[in-house]
Design a protein around this ligand. Structure first.
Ligand code: SF4
Length: 440
């Protein structure tokens, strides 16, 4: 039986404890301003749309070791995070990022949070290729001095019509519709406003500007926090936008908590390979491997995964074997899908345990079902599982989930805030969590 490693091992984080407190300033890290954690400086590198060249990935692997402690992570917004930077190292990092085009505007560093459908323009599910819109949005965002005021929490999203990111409650989003139109969404809600594709970015930027004008206080960071609600901007936007039409409300799809996985057929006869990075731990060696096997680029996804597009079938087969050998998940039946963890020890002073190490142990253990419970259902019907180092539960996914929360003497397993287990044996925690995540 494996015992909990309450003090052992390394931990990584993809969220910043304490930064959700609107009473203070936004502590969301950027590439230029590091967040000081227990294990050193943390910098977050925004990657609008998630697209990274092979060269950038290889360079990041080196930089994470030269400037940090070698910890390189994927975040829930498809961005990258380096940890363990010495004081002042972020200045050297910023110089290197700028040389690779990853820091087009220092002033807008933290505002460039842009999600996009990772397979856009590549497979049959794509109604619209949103990649040119991502580039336009990033360029025009950085050209607007006013929009540098957006907080590091503000999020844009461009859904190519398949419904994978529209439901992620971005502050401002568009979702492609048939006929070369997009629906404008605010805080995950349909505004009923429809724009031609060529006006999509203008509409998104106008919505962000309207939010900044409307908020009374700089401590309001998200559109959903407006006192009158996000849809209070609709009238103003409808009057401001040219070529806008109105349509019946759209049912915004709930996103699949797991994202794409495995081989995906592209429309040009090539293959995209989608893999999950367990707990978002994109180590330098995994980063170098991705750079080596990718055709040209790698798309980072908000499911803490990667997509390698444009591979031939034989290259995809070779790449899949190497990625699986490095611990990436390409099997849609893997129990590691939908499992996340906060920073835990040693990166967070509040943590009661090294939750990432314990979650990794739990994921690596193939335990039979000694409790006499039936086999878990297919993963598509399972809840996400989130491991937290304390009751704050940073980084927990929205909606129903199973929580594994470290206490001062063991772990609680909770489903719908109902206690399912409390104890110190991680193998039992794993089994209870595996069954608690079943949807009934
Ligand atoms: S230990 Fe607590 S405060 Fe620290 S990252 Fe985890 S949940 Fe947040």
């Amino acid at each position: 039986m494996v015992l909990l490693s309450l003090d052992a091992g390394a931990a990584e984080r993809t969220d910043i404890p304490g930064s959700g407190a609107h009473a203070g300033t936004d502590q969301c890290p950027g590439a230029v301003v590091a967040h000081q954690a227990e294990d050193g400086g943390v910098v977050r590198i925004r990657v609008p749309g998630g697209t990274c060249s092979r060269e950038v990935l290889a360079a990041l692997a080196d930089w994470s070791i030269e400037l940090g402690n070698g910890r390189l992570e994927l975040t829930a917004r498809g961005n990258l995070q380096l940890r363990g930077l010495a004081p002042g190292a972020e200045e050297e990092l910023a110089t290197r990022l700028a040389a690779y085009g990853l820091l087009p505007s220092v002033a807008h560093d933290r505002a460039r949070n842009v999600l996009a459908s990772p397979l856009s323009g590549r497979d049959r599910m794509s109604v619209l290729d949103v990649r040119p819109l991502v580039a336009e949005l990033d360029r025009r965002l950085c050209a607007s001095p006013e929009l540098a005021e957006l907080s590091g929490r503000f999020l844009f999203a461009l859904d190519d019509g398949r419904g994978d990111v529209a439901g992620m409650r971005a502050d401002v989003a568009v979702m492609a519709m048939p006929g070369h139109w997009v629906a404008l969404l605010l805080a995950g809600l349909d505004t009923g406003l429809r724009l031609p594709v060529h006006a999509a970015v203008s509409g998104m930027l106008m919505a962000a500007s309207a939010f900044l004008r409307r908020r009374a206080d700089h401590r309001v960071w998200r559109l959903a926090e407006l006192p009158d609600g996000p849809l209070s901007l609709v009238g103003e936007l409808a009057a401001e936008l040219a070529e806008v039409t109105h349509a019946p409300e759209l049912a915004v799809p709930e996103p699949d908590p797991r994202g794409p996985i495995g081989r995906i057929e592209e429309t040009d006869g090539r293959v995209a390979l989608a893999a999950c990075v367990p707990l978002g731990e994109l180590t330098p060696s995994r980063c170098r491997l991705l750079a080596a096997v990718a055709q040209r680029e790698v798309v980072l996804t908000p499911w803490r995964g990667v997509v390698l597009p444009g591979l031939t079938r034989s290259a995809a087969g070779r790449a899949a074997r190497r990625l699986a050998g490095a611990g990436l998940i390409l099997d849609s039946g893997s129990p590691a899908l939908g499992v996340s963890a906060c920073t835990g020890r040693p990166g967070c002073a509040k943590a009661q345990a090294d939750v990432r190490a314990d979650a990794s142990v739990a994921l690596s253990v193939s335990t039979p079902e000694p409790l006499g419970l039936p086999e878990p259902l297919g993963l598509a019907r399972q809840l996400p599982v989130h491991w937290s180092g304390c009751a704050r539960r940073c980084g927990r996914p929205r909606g129903p989930a199973v929580d594994v929360v470290a206490m001062d003497e063991g772990y609680q397993v909770l489903r719908d805030d109902r206690l399912e287990y409390f104890g110190t044996e991680v193998a039992v925690v794993r089994i209870v969590a595996a069954h608690a995540r079943r949807r009934w």
